[in-house]
Design a protein around this ligand. Sequence first.
Ligand code: COA
Length: 253
Amino acid sequence: MTIKTATVNGVLTIEIARPEKKNALTRVMYQAMADALRAANDDKAVRAVLIQGQPDIFTSGNDIEDFMSSPPRDEDAPVFQFMRALLGCEKPVVAAVNGAAIGIGTTMLLHCDFVYVADDARLAMPFVSLGLVPEFGSSLVVPRLMGHRRAAEKLLLGDPFTGEQAAECGIANAVLPAAEVVNHARRVAERFNKLAPSAVRESKRLMQAPDREQLMAVIKTEAEIFGARLRSPEAMEAFQAFFQKRQPDFSKF
Ligand code: COA
């Protein structure tokens, strides 16, 4: 089982649990997360959602083998279903990040309502390093959060950044000792048990509404370019290099 879900005390926990592959996300895992998030909207017992990984890894991002063998073809692809479900989740979503959050591991945080990171967390959006482009609104949201220049370090150079830097640039709410992140995030999620659920839902919708149309348009454009780039010789070179445990050679392009 690579995605574990459980609802306890008003909180639906979605746990990414594929430690042998550093929690790399496959189509099956995206589908399971999409289904769980969609079900949460209609489940009165769920007041908030908690997304967590393992103690030493949040997620190493999209499974690179999946990228090569079965890239997402259209908007029904599980990865699109997952991100649509996250963006459309009417309940507050809290993320607890221990260890690395790479690629979509960081992208998904941009669309959570609360993000708590460990002091040993390491975030990165190395899309360009893989011959790809930013995804799911990150080309809009990241520069808005931190300004073009700091966004360029993360999105063009793919520089990794620490939990401390994530909090400082507005991606995370707070940095905590690694052993406390999940419990803290859970306590925040459980606070919604005492709040008026419809008021929470309406308020979240109001906060999202002003930028919604623009965000969805950017996501559509990014997806078109990302889809084409997945099949590009640059991306193929990067994927092969990853599995051959070497640096990619882009000198021939
Ligand atoms: N897709 C597929 N397999 C992955 C993976 C991914 N995104 N990330 C890790 N794995 C696999 C490795 O191939 C390895 O498999 P193996 O044991 O069969 O050789 C296993 O998980 C362990 O990974 P490894 O790289 O040996 O662990 P590490 O501790 O040295 O490094 C990471 C951890 C997360 C830093 C490193 O795995 C990494 O950079 N992963 C890819 C990140 C990435 O580029 N993601 C895509 C972003 S769009």
